[in-house]
Design a protein around this ligand. Sequence first.
Ligand code: AQP
Length: 354
Amino acid sequence: MTAFKPLVFSGVQPTGNLHLGNYLGAIRKFVALQADNDCIYCVVDLHSITAQLVHEDLKGQIRSIAAAFIASGIDPEKHIVFNQSAVPQHAELAWIFNCVARIGWMNRMTQFKDKAGKDRENASLGLLAYPSLMAADILVYRATHVPVGDDQKQHLELARDIAMKFNLDFRDKIRASGTGVDILVGDEPVHAYFPMVEPMIEGPAPRVMSLRDGTKKMSKSDPSDLSRINLMDDAETISKKIRKAKTDPEALPSETEGLKGRPEAENLVGIYAALSDRSKAEVLAEFGGQQFSTFKPALVDLAVNVLSPITAEMRRLMDDTAHIDAILRNGGERARARAEKTIAEVSDIIGFLR
Ligand code: AQP
């Protein structure tokens, strides 16, 4: 039994200010995975026009995500950093996947339901097909591992369904092409062209919640800026947002059990734990019994210490757009070379004449 070569792929949309949820749920994992893996990190600009077509400064947003990757510690020479639209093979494979995936699969996606809201008929076709493009982003490199936040779990399950259907529908042609790999799916041996991607969701902060409502995900598109800590916020703004963060009147518990039913307290303790590389239990061992009036200033100090060097480096990088553009161009060329090979093989398997 052979296996797919391990490859990490993930992406971030240039849809607004990057926030602490993006950083703890995704970017920090990207950084950690570099040491032992071949990694491709993408600014997924094609995705950014699915919910909102016109952006005031999309180029600036793309550069700011690339700057955040690099300022956080991603090495664009050892690994690949690029923007999605520079590699048209993503969109080409997405079209093929639109024909593999079923409309019913897309209709079940909770992110589509949330983002389309009540006026579903008026949502863009791109918003409905978003998970198909996301599957193509990953599988055009035949990537095996995808570090993401908890909210992307359903999309990754769909990427596996698309890969599986393609592998089964084209089973004989994949075998004839000599490009397949024998894998086990459960106990079932499958001769596969596309791997079954593994989501990497675990980590200290798979779902960071809004500072204004502990039951809602921290999100770039939340209309209240007080709901999130942006990577570009200065120390004073971080302090203001944490001081104003919603809490309850109780003191912090000494054990994690005591966080049940207290979503805001759980969120702030989770953020503290993730930023300090400790468990929630360890944080509560230190702060249990104390009021938020003591805990919040400690969280402000920690958040400012961790985030301010990244913010400063992001600002420095964003002042040198030529440097960022050169990194993205170079990454795009290297990504394209890999993606072209997949598209040539997939076209041959399907039977397109090229
Ligand atoms: N609150 C969060 N907690 C943990 N991880 C999160 N991610 C997003 N929000 C949280 C993870 O960040 C990565 C990049 O996300 P994205 O920008 O591509 O899309 P998103 O998940 O739709 O992020 P937002 O902030 O909620 O954007 P909008 O408001 O535009 O929809 C992903 O790995 C995601 O899981």
